[in-house]
Design a protein around this ligand. Sequence first.
Ligand SMILES: [Zn+2]
Length: 141
Amino acid sequence: MTAVPAVLKPSAKMIWLKERLSTLSKWPYPDSAPCSARKLAETGFFSLQLEDEPDLAACFVCLKQMYWEKNDDPKAEHASHSPDCLFVKINKKEEDLTVSEFMDLYRESIINYKKMYMNEVLNKLRTQRNEFSELGNTKSR
Ligand SMILES: [Zn+2]
């Protein structure tokens, strides 16, 4: 189990297309590619900016992390891998979002981050419980 990356911590900044796009300045695919930085950012994704994984990006709402290929269609891939994402469901360009939708998207990103964090804590506790239980088994032999 990998730790929840700090970069996924909800930030109101990532609501803005401009901010998501700025994280994609070193995106490996050209503007002409189906999976360009702009199309990815318009689909809700930002780069995790990991040097050894330059093709990894996450959605700021559902926090789904995905590796991308040059010819991927960001919108179609997002909808297929994360159909319950509120950004996918709202399916609007930034300029068409209402204030209420902005608030909903931010709230949803916070809820998803907390769920991810709590799952990590739960998994750590399960691992520790199993280790303790194995320790107990070893002692009683
Ligand atoms: Zn999403």
